[in-house]
Design a protein around this ligand. Structure first.
Ligand SMILES: Cc1ncc(C[n+]2csc(CCOP(=O)(O)OP(=O)(O)O)c2C)c(N)n1
Ligand SMILES: [Mg+2]
Length: 360
């Protein structure tokens, strides 16, 4: 497993394993991943295989009418696993709907993930048990939550960090820009982790960003880095660097993980109407799993063990999903306020009367 020295400009994404599986030496980032031996890289690879299998199963479950919706993360496994595995348990993640691979790494129970996307709970899981808030569907809102949480960490005097995950499209949203202003002004220990998957639904990134997205952050006073988002090792390295900055009082960082959304925006989308198949094919050649497979050259036994484990995860997810009990419609009104609320009570009783109209 040879190393080739790479020369990098500020525009070039950080890359430690290229698309062919060649390990590239990098004097800045190699020390940050010196402890990631082949054994630990195999573990990251296993995570990516499991996450991909889970994603495929979830997409199939939606097609079979078992999930209400699923936002596939096919192609973005390295960005999610590499960053999530760089976190400590006491760090806190604020994500969008796309980060189901991050949720898996944080230890969100499969049944909780299923209930969020089957729509049998108003939320999904207890955020404090896994250090990850439930997904934000309001584009970019979670960057403000992360910044506020990070300021809380600083005031508590702990060295935990908050990480906000969001997409390329979200960087044009006001919330994200406001979050960066606050984070920079108050040195919040927050990492802005942008997965540039080249699309905001059907809008290509070039329509809203004439320069690399990472270039926006320095204008707010936030250091930024572009990383090959399909290179799990490089993603781990830049995330560790950003976390270290946050922990040591260096304030916020911005990471642009350059990747590609290989599937639809969600299961409600038909990307064949706007994706150029040649572009997709080009990105297929940069697959995040294939390059680690080429680099590690795993034995057939090891591959079989990982494949079997991934089938177990998929089966567990499927059975947990199908066993979920449909909630009573009136449960929608539970847990909205901690104390009785007359306006809500009025709505509840009207809705109860409406439901009674269906009783024969
Ligand atoms: C405030 C807000 N505006 C619009 C939408 C509709 N919407 C849902 S996903 C999406 C595109 C987001 O793209 P990006 O930030 O790149 O994330 P990706 O889906 O690619 O992961 C939009 C506009 C929304 N959910 N919230
Ligand atoms: Mg996007």
């Amino acid at each position: 497993m040879s190393m080739t020295l790479t020369a990098r400009t500020t525009q070039d994404p950080v890359q430690l394993i290229d698309a062919q599986g060649v390990r590239l030496a990098d004097e800045t980032y190699d020390p940050l991943v010196a402890d990631i031996t082949d054994e630990r890289l195999t573990s990251l690879y296993e995570d990516m295989v499991l996450v991909r299998r889970l994603d495929t199963e979830a997409t199939a479950l939606q097609r079979q009418g078992e999930l209400g919706l699923w936002p596939p993360l096919l192609g973005q496994e390295a960005a999610q696993v590499g960053s999530a595995r760089a976190l400590r348990a006491d760090d806190f993640v604020f994500s969008s709907y796309r980060e189901n691979g991050v949720a898996f790494c944080r230890g969100v129970e499969l049944v909780d993930l299923a209930r969020a996307w089957r729509g049998t709970s108003a939320s999904g899981w207890d955020p404090f048990s896994v250090g990850m808030a439930t997904p934000a569907v309001i584009i970019g809102a979670q960057t403000l939550h992360a910044t506020g949480y990070a300021l809380g960490c600083a005031r508590d005097g702990v060295d935990s960090a908050a990480v906000a995950y969001f997409g390329d499209g979200a960087t044009s949203q006001g919330d994200v820009n406001e979050a960066m202003v606050f984070a920079a002004s108050f040195h919040a220990p927050v990492v802005f982790f942008c997965q540039n998957n080249q699309w905001a639904i059907s809008e290509p990134v070039g329509l809203q960003a004439v320069r690399p997205i990472a270039d926006r952050a320095p204008g707010f006073g936030i250091p930024s880095v572009r990383v090959d988002g399909n290179d799990v090792l490089a993603v781990a390295a830049v995330t560790r660097e950003a976390l270290e900055r946050a922990r040591s009082g260096g304030g916020p960082s911005f990471i642009e993980a350059v990747t590609y959304r290989m599937g639809p925006h969600t299961t409600s989308d038909d990307p064949t109407r706007y994706v150029d198949p040649l572009q997709r094919e080009e990105w297929a050649g940069r697959d995040p799993l294939a390059r680690v497979e080429a680099y590690l050259d795993l034995s057939a036994d090891e591959r079989a063990r990982i494949a079997a484990r991934s089938d177990e995860v998929a089966a567990e997810f499927r059975s947990a999903c199908k066993a979920l009990v449909e909630p009573h419609p009136l449960s929608l009104f539970d847990n909205v306020y901690a104390e009785p609320h007359s306006g809500l009570e009025r709505q509840r009783s009207r809705y109860a009367a409406y439901l009674r109209g269906f009783e024969s």
